[in-house]
Design a protein around this ligand. Structure first.
Ligand SMILES: [Zn+2]
Length: 61
């Protein structure tokens, strides 16, 4: 299981994405960012995706 916390990239936010693959986490983050942070799909740049990927942690739970 992989886990990503939104606050790890600097948002004051309690969102945590959980998934089996990085792609799974990234797609959850894209939905979350557009819905809860008023971001546009084009705001989710490769740079931001890279940042997210670097903060994804392996979790046993
Ligand atoms: Zn968030």
């Amino acid at each position: 299981m992989l886990k990503f916390k939104c606050k790890d990239v600097g948002f004051d936010c309690g969102f945590v994405a959980k998934g089996k693959t990085e792609e799974d986490i990234l797609s959850q983050c894209a939905v979350h960012a557009t819905k809860d942070h008023n971001m546009k799909p084009e705001d989710i740049t490769d740079e931001l995706k890279g940042k997210i990927k670097s903060k994804i942690k392996k979790s046993l739970f």
